[in-house]
Every structure is written in C-alpha cells, then in structure tokens.
Design a protein around this ligand. Structure first.
Ligand code: GDP
Length: 539
C-alpha cells in the first residue's frame, strides 16, 4: 500500500471539506447545483428544480447522480475546481471540494448536526429578505461550539430584500459574529448588477443567462468604467465598502479561523451570480483537512496511517433490505478500497471491499481517498456514529456529543409479550445513535421517553422496531419542547415545578424537560440558583 507522506500532503493541501448551513428554502439545493456547475462537473443546472413534487435533498442528489454521472451520494458531493489563482499562476493545481449535505426540511435530525463534525468549514446561507432563521441559528451554534469557521453567503440578492448593512448588523448583534464582506454588491437587493471586489477595487459585472442555466458571464471593469456604467449604484457600493473598512470589517484570516469573523459574499444561486466567488473564498480561506485529537490526548496528523470517523449511519427502512450504510470522514492517511481496517470500539476488523458503492465519480476505477473525503461503507452493521476506523497504530477519536433534543415521545410496545425484543431493539437503536433515550423511576423501563432533534427520528425508530425486530410500537408525543442539563442538587426542586420532568439520559446526563421557553424563563427567574444549562445547539 502506498501511503507516501508527500502524496498525502499534496492531496490534503488541495482539499476543502464543508457543509452548507441554512434554513429550508434559503437556496441550499440551488446553491449546491450552482457550485457543481461552476466546478464544471455538469453543464446545465435547473433540471432538478423544474421537477414537480420536490422530494428531499437526498433524493435530489441521487437523481443528480443518475442523470449526470457525477460523484454524488446521498451524503457527500465531490467535485474538482481550478481556482483563479491557479489559472493566473499557470499552475495545474486542481482543488477537490467535498460538500457534505446537512439534511434539513422534514428530515432534520441529529444527523444534521453530526455532519458538522465531519467538515472543516461551513457556509452559512442566508436569504437576503429573511435574514437569520431558526434552523440556521441552531446549526451555527454547533459550528461555534466546534470551532468551525463560517463563510456567510447572502443569497437571493436578485430579489428585493434587506440592505447589506441591515444584514451585517443582524448577524453581529444576534450571534456575535462579525461579517467581513469580501465584496460589496452593486445594485440593491432586487437589482443585482455585480460585485465590487473590496480587495482590488475592481467591478465584476454579471450578465444574466436564461434561467441561470449556465455559468453567468463575468466582466472585469475598472473603478472608473464602473462609475461610468453604473453611476449611483457604484458610488453607493464604494461608500459602503469604505464604511466597512473604517469599522475594521476587512477579512482577517486569523480571526476567521478563530470563528470571530466571517467573510461575506452576496450571491444569487439561481442566476449563478457570486457562486464562483464562493468557490474562490473556500479555496483561499477555508482550512484544508487538519489533525484531530484522540481520546488519549494524542494528535493524529493527516500523514499518519489511515484513520477515519463515522459520522452518519443510515439503515435501510425496507424490510427486504436490511442493510446499513455508514459514512466516514477520513482523518489521516490514504484509504484504499478493500483495505481491512480496525473498528476501534470493538477491536474487530472491518472489511471495506464494498466501499465503492457510494464512493467515487467513476465507480469502477476510483478507489483511493484522502483526509477530508467522505466514503460510504455498506454492510456496516457494527458501526455507529462517532466510531473510529483505523489501521495500526490504533487510535480512538472522541465520541460525537448528543445534541439538544426538542421533541419528546413515549414509546411503548403494543403487545406486552414483545417486551424482551423491545428492550433489545431499544438498546440497539440507542447504541447506533438513532435517538436519545431518557428514563426516570416514575415512568419505568417499559415506556422510555425518546428525545430527538427532529420528529422524523421517531418514525425511523418505529419503522425499524417493526422491520428489524418485529415489534409494533406506539408513540405518544409529550408536551415538552426544551431540555436543559441539570444536576442532582437541583433535580428535586425542579421535579416539583409545574411543566417540568427530570430524566437521566443513557449517557448519564441529568436532563430537565420543560414545557416551553416561557415556563423555563419563569423558573429561572423564580429559582435563580437551580442549574439549567443549555445543551449544544439549543436555540
Ligand atoms: P433549500 O430548501 O434551501 O434547498 O432551497 P432551494 O434551493 O430548494 O430553493 C428554494 C426556492 O428558492 C426555490 O424556489 C428556488 O428556485 C428559489 N431560489 C433559490 N436561490 C435563489 C436565488 O438566488 N434567487 C431567487 N430569486 N430564488 C432562489
């Protein structure tokens, strides 16, 4: 096996692995297509969006794969991009971009958060008219917690919306992130003409193409030509840019990597405006895959022998298809399809010969992958999110944390005779990280409370209970919507509060479930000494 460090370093250097965090309808699917189009993997965008009765992003991507033969799995999209710098310098460096999907819409679940443990940067996609929205905020909290640098894209600039300064203020004030626009839009939201490149002072003028079906032509104009052609729109853009510079809001790589500032781009995914600029920013500013700390405190460097973290496991919901697909992000070394690796949690070998099923652009020939890449493994019956796969010397990466649940249900076996299977199934599903389970003495073991980030997780549980374990279950929604971490000292008093119930989660954490945030605020005010800590990704 060839794992020569120089090759791995070169491969790592040209890779960027990121996810798009956004609220449904901000334009993530449109942007995904536009990025792939700019990366010249596909020649025409739009076909998917035209289709009636849209399915989830997952099926969109599979459809894209079928239709266009590009490297798409339901979880990660990989494409090549030659940056402007490479073109200017005449170098033949081609960047490899991995876009890991964050399932949203109805399939919002713990997996959505877990994806963020597999990326090195995030693109926060914001609708110009709507500003920050709830799902974006939740995902942003996870990025902040994990120290993932964020690039901000204001999308739909072709439609009426807020002003750049309003959007910048909102982001600064609500989440304490300082946007540092790389460009200033020329033309207000709804009249998108082009971008003032704040670093060069030049004007990038866009031209619309029919339905945004091809890469939008760009022309580069000098400031004086821009002034002559765009008049007031240009002047305003220059003034805005000067104002930002006076406030110190210019890109600073160190502050960006530290999660304090965010390079900002104005775009229209639909018209393909600003999409190349996003790719350039990813290549120029987003960090390449880096080292990762193991549980024992040692650090795995990218050139070390192969290691990877499983961040998502998908079970076939179909009874005839009891298969499990695990997605791993490579941390170090070179992956070769077929290699036998060690599953750190069980110490058992895991064969990767079927890795190609969801991996690679050309299924028959692509069989190596490098740090930052996402590889799907079929028949992954023993793997759970957070697990480590590696070759000697073995290493174990820290588990993925549980995220703040917002939906709670009691699960029961319909027939009492199935209790044993029910217990076994519950243990299995919890170990796979399908759902969190909460227990307390009052409710007992026969009716555990399931806690989820998204309601679809309950459907997954009941479907798998039936197809894999033959247990019919019923789900009863509970009237709680907020979870807070508490401690034994506070538990008794909290248990006496109306609209509150205290549970122990499988990982040992003590959680107080509260009916709603107003009730929570009331309790916090009345009993300021009680421990009620927000969990990660709490809105
Ligand atoms: P997602 O839910 O975030 O994946 O959003 P989609 O990509 O499905 O977009 C939601 C809607 O917004 C669709 O009707 C898109 O055509 C539209 N849309 C996306 N990007 C833009 C844009 O830049 N400008 C305009 N005008 N519409 C857009």
């Amino acid at each position: 096996m060839s794992s020569d460090p120089a090759t791995i370093r070169r491969e790592v250097h040209r890779r960027r692995t990121f996810a798009i965090i956004s609220h449904p309808d901000a334009g993530k699917s449109t942007m995904t297509e536009a990025l792939a189009l700019h990366a010249r993997m596909i020649s025409e965008a739009g076909a998917i969006h035209g289709k009636a009765g849209r399915k989830s992003t997952v099926s969109d991507w599979m459809e894209m794969e079928k239709a266009r033969g590009i490297s798409v799995s339901s979880t990660a999209l990989q494409f090549n991009y030659r940056s402007a710098a490479a073109v200017t310098e005449g170098s033949d460096e081609i960047n490899v971009i991995n876009l890991v999907d964050t399932p949203g819409h109805a399939d919002f679940s713990e997996d959505t958060y877990r994806v963020l443990t597999a990326v090195d940067a995030a693109v926060m996609l914001i609708d110009a008219a709507k500003g920050l929205e709830p799902q974006t905020l939740k995902l942003f909290q996870v990025c902040r917690h994990r120290g993932i640098p964020v690039i901000t894209v204001i999308n739909k600039w072709d439609r009426p919306g807020r002003t750049p300064l309003e959007l910048i203020d909102e982001i600064t004030e609500r989440i304490g992130l300082t946007p540092t626009p790389l460009y200033s839009p020329v033309g207000i939201a709804g009249d998108f003409r082009g971008l003032l490149d704040r670093r060069t002072g030049d004007y990038i003028r866009f031209t619309r193409t029919a339905g945004g079906a091809t890469v939008a032509p760009e022309e580069l104009l000098s400031a004086s030509d821009a002034q002559a052609t765009e008049g007031d729109a240009w002047t305003e853009s220059v003034e805005e840019s000067d104002l930002l510079s006076e406030m110190g809001q210019d890109h600073d790589e160190e502050l960006f990597l530290a999660g304090q500032t965010s390079p900002m781009i104005f775009a229209s995914a639909m018209l393909n405006f600003g999409v190349r600029q996003l790719l350039e920013a990813l290549v120029e500013f987003a960090p390449p895959p880096g080292p990762r700390e193991a549980v024992d405190g040692t650090v795995r460097e990218v050139v070390d022998p192969f290691s990877a973290v499983v961040f998502k496991v998908q079970a076939g919901m179909d009874a005839a298809h009891r298969d499990r697909l695990a997605f791993m992000r490579i941390v170090s070394g070179e992956f070769e399809r077929g290699m036998v690796v060690t599953h750190a949690q069980s110490g058992k070998p895991f064969a990767t010969k079927y890795a190609q099923a969801v991996f690679g652009r050309d299924r028959s020939t692509v069989d190596t992958a490098y740090p930052g890449d996402v590889v799907g493994l079929v028949n992954a019956m023993t793997l759970a999110p957070g697990d480590t796969l590696c070759v000697d010397p073995t290493v174990e990466f820290p588990p993925i944390p549980s995220f703040a649940p917002e939906h709670f249900s009691v699960l029961r076996a319909v027939s009492a005779g199935k209790y044993k299977q029910f217990r076994k199934a519950m243990d299995q599903l919890v170990s796979e990280g399908v759902v969190q389970v909460l227990r307390n003495d009052l409710r007992g073991d026969a009716s555990p409370v399931l806690a989820a980030v998204g309601p679809m997780q309950f459907e997954v549980v009941t479907a798998r209970m039936k197809t894999e374990f033959g247990v019919d279950t019923s789900v009863e929604r509970l009237g709680y919507s907020v979870a807070r971490r508490t401690d034994p000292d506070s538990a008794d008093e909290l248990g006496r509060q109306r609209g509150v119930e205290v549970f122990t989660r499988t990982d040992g954490a003590l959680l107080a479930l509260v009916s709603d945030k107003w009730r929570l605020q009331y309790i916090e005010k009345e009993h300021p000494t009680l421990t009620l800590e927000p969990l990660v990704a709490a809105a």
